[in-house]
Design a protein around this ligand. Structure first.
Ligand SMILES: [Zn+2]
Length: 336
């Protein structure tokens, strides 16, 4: 394996089932191919940062895959100098090859041990990725841990790029992370109201990582993404991997939302009364009946309450969307 010729994405998609672990040198460090779609880059002179960048946890979300593969290429070729420990994960190669979100079950619901409760090809993958995270973070326990899990969304959004913040309970929000998200071109942050089983939440909970799910625009096939729309994200990631620093912009420009209601599909005839292409963060008037079924209905409680991630094409008992409300930045419990 020669670093300048190595295309991590192509290699992964050509051998999606198994690889032989290998290691090779690049100008600023050593690369370790650990598993299918898992590349660990160890710099010669690391700043005290363990950074995980994951893409393709949903197979059809190609823009972040292209963005991060280009970043890896530039590190391996020596165009940029790696300054932090970096674990790059291409989440679900089989789904990427098929151009689909997942094959058997949504991989991003299987972390924090939740894979025990499911069946399908994603179960093994969730277990492998969980083990890789642990090995990576544990190798340098005194370093600060980060995990940015990059996605694109099925539908359009009033805010083209937004972040899902892990549930923090009584802990404080880190202002430096919000400043970084603003600098990276993120427009809105959704504060989770409860623990979840996503990949980023797993890193937050088990490894105390600054961890986010980042939605970076709309799903498009390979080759149809305009990476210029991710210019700020690219710049911020490059600064982070080379210098170990978080670029900052005014966090007050972010729109912050909290969850008021999780909509659950409660019957076969469950309906959301929105257009099929309604955008994420579309707001409604108080009293508007947003959801109804033979089992009940849900009406908007306050003007401006908005819908995120609506989806009724799923089994009874699963989440059909979330109703969110603008939160006040000043009132958040935060640390500088
Ligand atoms: Zn996704």
């Amino acid at each position: 394996m020669k670093a300048p010729d190595f295309d991590f994405l192509r290699y992964t998609l050509e051998q999606p089932d198994q690889i032989s672990p290998s290691t090779f040198l690049f100008p600023s460090g050593r690369a370790h191919l650990e598993q299918v779609g898992v590349l660990r880059l160890e710099p010669r002179h690391p700043k005290p940062v363990n950074l995980v960048l994951s893409v393709g946890i949903h197979g059809n979300e190609t823009a972040p895959i292209e963005l991060v593969n280009r970043l890896v290429k530039d590190i391996l070729s020596g165009a940029i100098t790696l300054g932090v420990r970096l674990l790059v994960i291409i989440g679900h190669p089989h789904a990427i090859i098929r151009g689909e979100r997942f094959v058997d079950v949504n991989l991003n619901r299987l972390f924090d041990g939740a894979y025990d409760r499911y069946e399908g090809m994603e179960v093994d993958r969730a277990q492998v990725l969980t083990e890789q995270l642990t090995a990576f973070y544990d190798a340098e326990p005194s370093f600060e841990n980060f995990h940015y899990d990059l996605h694109t969304a099925i539908r359009g959004s009033r805010f083209e790029r937004f972040a899902v913040h892990p549930y923090v309970g009584e802990a404080q929000y880190q202002v430096r992370q919000f400043g970084f998200l603003a600098a990276a071109g993120i427009e809105a942050v959704l504060l989770s109201h409860q623990p979840s089983t996503t990949f980023s939440y797993h890193s937050y909970k088990h490894h105390n990582a600054h961890a986010f799910t980042l939605e970076l625009g709309k799903v498009r096939p390979f080759g149809e993404n305009n990476l210029k729309r991710l210019q700020k994200m690219d710049t911020c990631l490059r600064t982070l991997v080379t210098a170990g620093g978080l670029l900052q912009a005014r966090q007050e420009q972010l729109h912050i939302f909290s969850v008021v209601k999780v909509l659950v599909k409660d019957a076969d005839d469950y309906q959301l009364h929105i257009a099929s292409d309604e955008k994420n963060f579309t707001g409604f008037k108080q009293g508007f009946v947003l959801a109804s079924s033979s089992a009940g209905e849900y009406a908007i409680e306050q003007d401006g309450d908005a819908i995120v991630f609506p989806n009724t094409n799923l089994p009874i008992g699963q989440r059909a969307g979330m109703v969110v409300r603008k939160a006040n930045w000043q009132q958040l419990n935060k640390a500088w």
